[in-house]
Design a binder for this molecule. Sequence first.
Ligand code: FES
Length: 103
Amino acid sequence: MSDAVRVGEVAGLPEGSQTEVQVDGRSVVVVCFEGQYYALRNNCSHKDFPLLGGEVSRGRITCEKHGAQFELSSGKARTLPAVKPVQMYTTRVEDGVVYVQPL
Ligand code: FES
């Protein structure tokens, strides 16, 4: 199993922030939404396009390319044109630092 990747200090990752980290050579987007950290593969399942920077609301992140929405808690596609989920990662906070790890 891969080691956890340090994302940063909680203080630097406030509500609404988005950050990219590399986990096992793959880009992962970490989102702070309603006090929770969510980590998803930074790649839309519709086409090859990053999710980083997409609008976040109602627990979903929107792909800016064609507007598909993915649930932050599960990675499931909730609106077309995407139908497949995006890969999820686990997040944890330890001593004020956010970490991401493959599930
Ligand atoms: S690339 Fe994301 S919705 Fe098409």
